[in-house]
Design a protein around this ligand. Structure first.
Ligand code: CA
Ligand code: CA
Length: 261
């Protein structure tokens, strides 16, 4: 929680600044559409090795390239995701082009958001209104999870028992000069985290509100410190550099039909 609070003033500062400049001359512009995705049942076992070789991933529809946070332009670094589910969990695959992969953290719940990272925010589905869960995964597969009772109000000590992920990167970590290709991340989010009970899972046609994010950085001069040149990339646009906006989350609709049929 302390670590979370440390990063928040910086985020808040960015929000104020971007919000003011973004409003100039934009009154006629329609707000960007929130993300929408239909999530089908997996047709095979998802092995969390970061390699997207399962039939389920080959058949699942892609989100298309993510946007920059404000929805005004596409991400300059290709960033896409796919989702499938089974009775126990939601699975998410990210594919991220990245010419300079920066990731040093190896311990769970370190400040992954200050280096290259993908993030998933999902609203809880039980009676804990406005609560949501945040998951982060680094290109080296390090995990971060936090339970939030309101935007920026979280329990970092919360640990999901069955959240897991695998990641694979193509290139060299923390060496900017040699040119990397990118990384893929494969994530398992147990429905018990979302429904508050073992054995609960979505009904056909039910919707869950969530957002998928990526923060891209360049390797800084001092390895281990926060990355440089941050790019805030998102599936469902957030207007401001503030990912903690549940009202901007997209909608995922669950279907019981097997993916690809
Ligand atoms: Ca796999
Ligand atoms: Ca990067």
């Amino acid at each position: 929680m302390c670590r979370l609070l440390i990063v928040l003033p910086a985020l808040a500062l960015c929000c104020g600044c971007i919000g003011k400049s973004g409003s100039v001359g934009s009154s006629a512009r329609q707000p960007p559409e929130p993300g929408k995705y239909t999530c089908y049942r997996a047709v095979d076992n998802i092995v969390l090795d970061g390699k997207l070789r399962e039939k389920s991933w080959k058949k699942a529809p892609g989100t298309g390239n993510f946007m920059m946070y404000d929805g005004k332009q596409q991400s300059p670094l290709s960033t896409t995701a796919k989702l499938v589910w089974d009775d126990q969990a939601l699975y998410i695959a990210f594919e991220c082009d990245d010419p300079d992969i920066y990731a040093t953290h190896e311990k769970r719940d370190e400040a992954l958001y200050s280096q290259d990272v993908v993030e998933v925010f999902i609203m809880r589905q039980d009676d804990t209104e406005d609560h949501y869960v945040e998951y982060e995964i680094s290109p080296r597969g390090t995990l971060f999870d936090i339970y939030l009772t309101a935007p920026f109000k979280g329990k970092l000590e919360w640990t999901s028992e069955a959240f897991g992920a695998g990641a694979v990167f193509a290139g060299t970590l923390n060496k900017p000069a040699d040119g990397d290709k990118g990384y893929t991340v494969e994530i398992r989010i147990p429905f018990a985290d979302l429904y508050g009970a073992e054995g609960a899972s979505p009904e056909d046609g039910s919707e869950i509100r969530m957002n998928l994010y990526r923060i891209d950085y360049s390797t800084p001069e001092e390895i281990g410190k926060a990355g440089a040149d941050a790019k805030f990339i998102t599936w469902s646009p957030t207007d401001k550099i503030n990912f903690h906006q549940p009202d901007k989350f997209g909608v995922v609709t669950f279907r019981r039909s097997p993916v690809g049929r």
